[in-house]
Design a protein around this ligand. Sequence first.
Ligand code: SAM
Length: 257
Amino acid sequence: MQFDILTLFPAMFAGPLTESILKRAVQAGTIAIRIHDIRAYATDRHHTADDAPYGGGAGMVMKAEPLAAAIRAVLNEVGAEGQPAPGSSQVVLMTPAGERFTQRMAHELAGYKRLVLVCGHYEGVDERVREALVDRELSIGDYVLTGGELAAMVVADAVARLVPGVIDAESTAEESHGGGLLEYPHYTRPAVWEGREVPAVLRAGHHAQVAQWRRHERLRRTLARRPDLLASAELSPADQAFLRSLGWQPGSTHELA
Ligand SMILES: C[S@@+](CC[C@H](N)C(=O)[O-])C[C@H]1O[C@@H](n2cnc3c(N)ncnc32)[C@H](O)[C@@H]1O
């Protein structure tokens, strides 16, 4: 899968996307991450990429022409696997006014061949580029960042780890937000640390009991911390019975102590 990130500040990406798991995935050719400087597509002498807003007011707005030229150039490029088929690319604008990014969406985006992540800056981008070229607008949360760079890194990271071959499938099978539940707690050696013991069931090596304990911890934790998730979680009759024994009432999103 190919990530093309369009930004006015390419240097911000040195580090986060070139370390650890993503670095190995790039080296293995499982994913490709390319950073594009929007300013390089500005045709005037000063490479102007922003201008004052029509109607007045504070801040600058990213100009339509260089940004549109950058998006079009990237979409027209032939990647390592050849020109992606129509519909296999998504142009995603990072904006606090977008749809909230979730793990479900990360799974969906991991199915595309190419993701073009557009980072806004200043007051944002000229609305006409959004109308003409953007497939989807994503927000990483209800707060305002100075630019879309950190948001694009978050999306690229969350999506890349779901691309087959980047990490082993078992690691993503039961993690937080998979199936609508939070993850169970983890422990490693030593068995006792500062008087705190690893639960006995995890040390006994009985696989079925470990699996049941983990399932119960996922349910217990989700009910305690994010009961709102249970409304859309995949729950078996046994899950529902266990949750009811903890005081859960279907349809209620009240947090329990
Ligand atoms: C200062 S913000 C602009 C905020 C904009 N004037 C508004 O009120 O919606 C500059 C850029 O940061 C990015 N950004 C800020 N907060 C974000 C968030 N929560 N999620 C995704 N991108 C964000 C967007 O690309 C945005 O264009």
